[in-house]
Design a protein around this ligand. Sequence first.
Ligand SMILES: [Zn+2]
Length: 602
Amino acid sequence: MKLVSTLALAATLALSPAAAQQKSANPAQADAFVAQAEATLARESVDAARMAWVQATNITDDTDILAAKSDARINALQVQYGLEAARFARVPGLSPDTKRKLDLMRGGITLPAPTRAGASDELSTLTTKMSSAYGKGRGTRDGKPINGSDIEAAMGEVRDPAKLQEMWTSWHDNVGAPMRADYAKMVGLANEGSRELGYADTGAMWRSGYDMTPEQFAATTDKIWGEVEPLYKALHTYVRWKLNEKYGDAVQSKTGPIRADLLGNMWAQEWGNIYDVVAPAGSGDLGYDVGDLLKAKGYDPVRMVRQGETFYSSLGFAPLPETFWQRSQIVKPADREVICHASAWDIDNRDDIRIKMCTKVNGDDFVTIHHELGHNYYQRAYKDQPHLYKSGANDGFHEAIGDTVALSMTPDYLIQIGLLDRTKVPSADKDTGLLLRQAMDKVAFLPFGLLIDKWRWGVFSGQVKPGGYQAAWDALRLQYQGVKPPVARDETRFDPGAKYHVPASTPYARYFLARVLQFQFYKAACKQAGWTGPLHRCSFYGNKQVGARLNAMLAMGQSKPWPDALQAFTGERTMSGAALIEYFAPLKTWLNQQNRGKPQGW
Ligand SMILES: [Zn+2]
């Protein structure tokens, strides 16, 4: 957590009384400002991270208030530094490092508060309230209350459309709708703060964090979407057909969008949970389910995390510190409210790394563990960088590392770790099934990963007005995902609020980038490992050369523009969907055959 806090605020305000001072500032003064700010941020971030941890793992009225206060002070400090950084950035003759750090200080605030009195308190109170409401949110199942983590799991298991509709609707109504007004207020405040820092709006500020202009970044995401869209559409056509076969015309028609609650996930963002519904006879039968294997071998959540650690150790990374095991939240505490949404933490910016999960023994959570540990190993790899560089090359990199590792969880890997019996390895004629299972999660996610921030960019720019929040959301869901809600929505609803990252204000483009980057990284790792078979059967488990080269990229942190980091590991300098397309090429051919003569698109 690169947060900052509290006491330094007074000192900072005293340090920078006049903008006029910086007009005539020289590079040496800019260097001194950066050194002072960086030292303060490094020092103050630790307590702030502790406060955030305590609130996330024990939600009460008191921890909400304390977290909001801590957050408000940090935000004010970051904005203050950001404003100073913007002025110093105009000084001629700056060193490249100082220029980079000034840009990071100005642009690295997710929701900047305006500097006027009381504004940072107001903003933090709103964001803490929304996050906390999400954490405590309940839907209903058969009329009875059910918490977020349980309802999420149930959406993957239940196959009765009426029950799915009840869970979907109750969750979106109970959790999303009540935060609608607060969300609009938050947008106004964050925009005001972003403008003070010189950005058109908060969305433009978010898009500025990629070593290119906001416009270039938006164009980059559109370019990548263009590369992968035909594959998504082929998958959509096939899955809609299968859902129609299972549920009939009254539930899922042969044409038009897919009903969002039928896809095995509350947000229709990943569809792997309904693989059984779409699996083709014969080649679709993989003969095993990772969750079942874990249960059969008596795995508990802690052992699942230990197994995740083993993968990273096999690449040559040092074991997790003892404090990780003492301080992480691996299972949901029975006696208090917590934020179950999985996350990885770096409390002291050195070695106090942790995960926070409400782990269940199933295949999804086994993958999530590898994902979260990817963050922790990244954090530890760049711990010797200066504080402002302790971050991913861009935020998509940070999200991609653990997923790259999880792509290596092939059947052969599962044998190596004793989970799968050698006689149960799916033969080559099951490749379609293996790829389809992967595509249900990885490819299905792509339009969702893109549209969350398409919606927020529109909201922050004012193109989407508060009176049209829901309609704009539904329109993007339809346009990109080709899904529709099971019941009609209107502007008393606020479905975006029922997705964690919206109330938590976590930017989302990073997840879209991570989906393509992880295949780019994976392909590079397999090439380094000398793999010559089909890409999706490659595992680089145990390959220390791959580990060393991966570590070299991770250890760079954010010290250089991301193309330099990408090149260090892959030899390439642009983010691209090409590796993902190559991975799924045999599936695309198969889908095209299956879809022949069927209605396509929506
Ligand atoms: Zn993550």
